[in-house]
Write a protein that binds this ligand. Sequence first.
Ligand SMILES: C[S@@+](CC[C@H](N)C(=O)[O-])C[C@H]1O[C@@H](n2cnc3c(N)ncnc32)[C@H](O)[C@@H]1O
Length: 337
Amino acid sequence: MEAGEARELWKAAAEGNVERVQSLLESGADICEGNDEGLTPLMMAAQNGHAEVVRALLRAGAPWNALNPAGKCAGDFAMEAGHQEAFDVLLDAGMQAELILGIVARQTKRAEDGEKPYLQQRVEYSEGKLTDEENKGVMMAWENPLMAAHAKAICANGGHVLNVGFGMGLVDTSIQSHNPASHTIIEAHPEVYKRMLETGWGEKRNVRILFGRWQDVLPQLDSYDGIFFDTYGEFYDDLKEFHEHLPKILKKGGIYSYFNGLCATNAFFHVVYCQLVALELARLGLTTQFIPLPVKDCLDEETWLGVYHKYWQLDTYFLPVCQAEEDENEEDTVNAS
Ligand SMILES: C[S@@+](CC[C@H](N)C(=O)[O-])C[C@H]1O[C@@H](n2cnc3c(N)ncnc32)[C@H](O)[C@@H]1O
């Protein structure tokens, strides 16, 4: 394609000229070519809020998830500029593609294939963090306010509570402050389990520890009023698999929450995955709300010193509060009496 044609496509996309965009595409203009800053026609249309052009480019095969060198996709541009319609079109495209292909989650998985499995690695507790052999942050103290909010959400109904993944014990310490009737903790890593015992978790009155992978201890579970899930070294497919068990282990009206770190290095991918999880949970009979919590102030560059990977790069944390539907028959019985 000639450079002039590329410039014309960028101009037409940025100006919202859908007919011109279509005729340039028909004459062979490259839909993926970016300008000097790496902005593609789709990003330019999104940035300027031209939803019709966004639709036309997506229909013609523009990838919804292409990133510019700064790590932003078209959805990020629409979101930052507040263009709701263009944002919605891109969100829909992202969800459709991920439902079928799971591109973003599988890219993450492929990148980590071939590594020593986390559960076979040594872990180290040091000031404010728990790290694996590669110095990746398994858990870090900056998450403490988030863990307190998760604990509050899942303990809202009182009763019996389950937490999957002990880590630094932050969420479990908060759960204890709500004094649940029982508090079950599943933990699979032998060194983390050892730490739990050394720090007295084995002797707490209402605590039951199940040592093993959640996948293996499932038959030992009861049903709970609140459940929190936060493991490490697992993938989106594992979270999905855990969700399939919720109808059995979460009581009617019970609250479920999970550490919401899916695709947390890109704001728009993160939104796509929030919506995908909400959709998947709706199919299982749970309603989901995301409570925005600002996290910018808990995180400065010093937080990440000595940690291999900055696993969180967003300014807001969306705390999922998911509730299992009440039994309709139960309501009918109450209404009838
Ligand atoms: C991110 S940390 C949990 C942090 C915890 N929420 C807190 O407040 O400190 C993840 C924990 O899950 C454990 N884990 C990883 N895979 C697991 C699995 N399949 N079953 C149970 N625990 C697992 C890890 O050993 C680690 O202790």
